[in-house]
Design a binder for this molecule. Structure first.
Ligand SMILES: [Zn+2]
Length: 247
């Protein structure tokens, strides 16, 4: 049974790092809404350029089509962040569907961490969770982002010796206090998100190009899943994480 904190944890600054638009809202949208309602500044960093999220059977997958999808999905992500009361969205613009946990990606994530100085980072799991099996959790971009973020928070973000070129940019080491992993194989923390469920659904509705046709069904399912989580802890709704203390 995951721990039951006496007091909710609310950071002053937090950063959500995920592969694609809508990943953040699905993983932790209600938690983010709960935090921003308490005054937290929360950013979302999207690693990909979101250029690959069109029709599975599309015949035109050329540069112009990709650019159009990318622009639309970035606008949807900004609207989703607005719906959650966030400080903003950032995009690292790596090619969608081709993410690897490279040194270059690690450095680019360290740069964002040092710029924004979050106390808590939420990201995707680098490890596979098989039970329950949800296909989207096995997207190679999600696994790669999780691995890159873990490598960025320790030790590079806190260590002058890693990526000295960032010192030349004026970016000093920053020690992230906590890493929260969504969809991790081991869950050890939950957040009472009863007050954030509606905002999570509203933010997901902003991702019209991806979720539009099935959004009503998805909203029903999300409310049920969050309520089932919450029932385990005696609250109306909960989002679950693996919470790692990095202090
Ligand atoms: Zn994704």
């Amino acid at each position: 049974m995951p721990e039951q904190p006496h007091e909710p944890i609310v950071p002053q600054r937090a950063l959500v790092i995920v592969a694609h638009p809508d990943d953040a809202e699905l993983a932790c949208g209600a938690t983010v809404a709960t935090w921003t309602a308490s005054g937290a500044q929360v950013w979302t960093c999207i690693v990909t350029d979101a250029s690959g999220g069109g029709d599975d059977h599309a015949e035109d997958v050329g540069p112009a089509a990709r650019a159009a999808i990318s622009a639309m999905r970035k606008a949807e992500q900004r609207a989703a962040c607005d719906a959650l009361g966030q400080a903003g969205a950032l995009f690292l613009d790596y090619p969608d569907g081709r993410i690897e946990p490279t040194l270059e990606l690690r450095r680019d994530i360290v740069r964002v961490i040092r710029q924004l100085q979050p106390e808590i980072i939420i990201t995707q799991s680098p490890d596979r969770r098989w039970d329950p099996f949800f296909l989207f959790r096995h997207h190679p971009d999600h696994l790669a982002v999780g691995a890159a973020v873990m490598a960025a928070v320790y030790p590079a973000a806190r260590n002058s010796w890693d990526f000295p070129e960032l010192l030349d940019e004026g970016l000093k080491p920053h020690r992230v206090q906590e890493l929260w992993i969504s969809a991790a194989p081991v869950v050890n923390h939950w957040v009472d998100v009863t007050a954030g469920v509606d905002a999570k659904i509203a933010a997901l509705r902003a991702h019209h190009s991806q979720l539009g046709p099935r959004m009503d069904e998805l909203a029903t399912n999300i409310r049920r899943w969050l309520a089932e989580n919450g029932a385990r802890y005696g609250v109306g709704a909960a989002e679950e994480f693996h919470r790692a203390d990095l202090r």
